[in-house]
Design a protein around this ligand. Structure first.
Ligand code: NAD
Length: 338
């Protein structure tokens, strides 16, 4: 068997959903999670794809995910809602919360929805894409447990606190989805496996020194120094501070504490740009901007100027046709009968 198996998205979805059902999830909930995971794989974001099923199944079996979560939005103001995910699966809670935010924004122009006591929700692009599909601006943020040294600090404090931002255009869309760390910790682990040196901008050792030896890296660092650090702080403020009351070091960890329900917070912000009545319409202007960006002359060493999310959209089209590459070990886990 090759190291990589190529599999079509619908088959992969069924395999992932089946494994989650075997662990105890209800059929519909497992289907939703599988859909969100395969969406990430289709975009080439494999770190947040079906690779994670084994971890979720372990957490479910250990009691660290509440499979009886009730999805009920508490309205705090006419356009502000709060969902207590009660330690349930983050993907299901986040999809529900973004769906509610879109419905509210369709009526009131703008919506804020917070989620507290959630588990890991995967790649945020999925939720921003939901807003794009509704022709709205959508933002999604989540706080994560410590693995990133704050700018000027020695030890991990914040998590990689990602955010996604979606804005529709007539034909294309802008879809920025990024962690606030320079790289995901997974990239350091990969370099360890391959015994490769890494750029000194990725992480720090136990004394807080920049280092190129992946075996010595204990924390990743924010992208862009103090500025990325500031964005990570902002994400924490929008989530842990404003919604859940728990930040970085106080979050139940992802790897470890498997029997404990997690206390992650999400923030969803949706605007229906129609309310501003811009002429020409925001969809036409966004497309004009994208087209003008695409017409920019690339700098030496660059193929073209891409818009955020474009590389992933291209990957998605290709993988939808050709199939998704899945590491053999991950595929074997998904295929294995319980
Ligand atoms: N749920 C969680 O707890 C959690 C935590 C951390 C990360 N994540 C997810 O991890 C995933 C990966 O994050 P990342 O920071 O490694 O992303 P990344 O560095 O691969 O991409 C960041 C963004 O930059 C854009 N981009 C890349 N190259 C570009 C180019 N040449 N021109 C224009 N734009 C370009 C991409 O389209 C993307 O929107 C995301 O889906 C994120 O939501 C989730």
């Amino acid at each position: 068997m090759a190291d990589i198996i190529i599999e079509k998205a619908p088959v992969l979805k069924k395999m992932a959903a089946k494994k989650l059902q075997d662990a105890g999830m209800a059929r519909e909930d497992a289907g939703t999670v599988a859909d969100i995971l395969v969406y990430a794989d289709l975009r080439g974001v494999h770190s947040h794809g079906v690779l994670r099923v084994e971890h979720y199944a372990k957490r479910i079996r250990s009691g660290g995910i509440n499979l009886a979560m009730k999805l009920k939005l508490k309205m705090l103001k006419p356009n502000i809602g709060l969902l207590d995910a009660q330690g349930g699966m983050g993907h299901n809670a986040a999809k529900f919360a973004m769906g509610e935010a879109i419905k509210i924004a369709a009526k009131r122009g703008i919506a804020l929805v917070g989620v507290k006591n959630a588990s890991h929700c995967g790649a945020l692009a999925y939720y921003a894409q939901m807003a794009i599909d509704a022709k709205m601006m959508g933002m999604a943020c989540v706080n994560t447990d410590s693995c990133m040294a704050p700018f000027g600090g020695r030890k991990a404090f914040f998590g990689t606190n990602p955010f996604a931002f979606g804005f529709p255009a007539k034909k294309d869309a802008i879809l920025l989805d990024m962690a606030t760390s320079e790289v995901a910790f997974g990239k350091v682990l990969h370099a360890r496996e391959k015994n490769m040196t890494i750029p000194d901008t990725w992480g720090v050792d136990a004394e807080g020194h920049k280092c190129t030896d992946p075996h010595k890296v204990v924390s990743v660092v924010p992208f862009g120094g103090a500025k990325g650090n500031g964005v990570a702080v902002m994400v924490e403020a929008l989530t842990g501070l404003m919604i859940g009351g728990v930040f970085g070091p106080h979050l139940v960890t992802m790897y470890g504490q498997y029997e404990k329900r997690r206390n992650i917070s999400n923030f969803f912000f949706v605007v229906d740009p129609k309310v501003f009545g811009a002429k020409p319409s925001y969809l036409a202007t966004a497309q004009k901007m994208i087209d003008e960006l695409h017409a920019q002359e690339p700098a030496p060493g660059f193929e073209k100027v891409f818009i955020p999310g474009e590389i992933e959209y291209n990957t998605m089209k290709r993988y939808a046709k050709e199939g998704i590459p899945v590491p053999k070990g991950v595929y074997e886990f998904l295929a294995e009968k319980n």
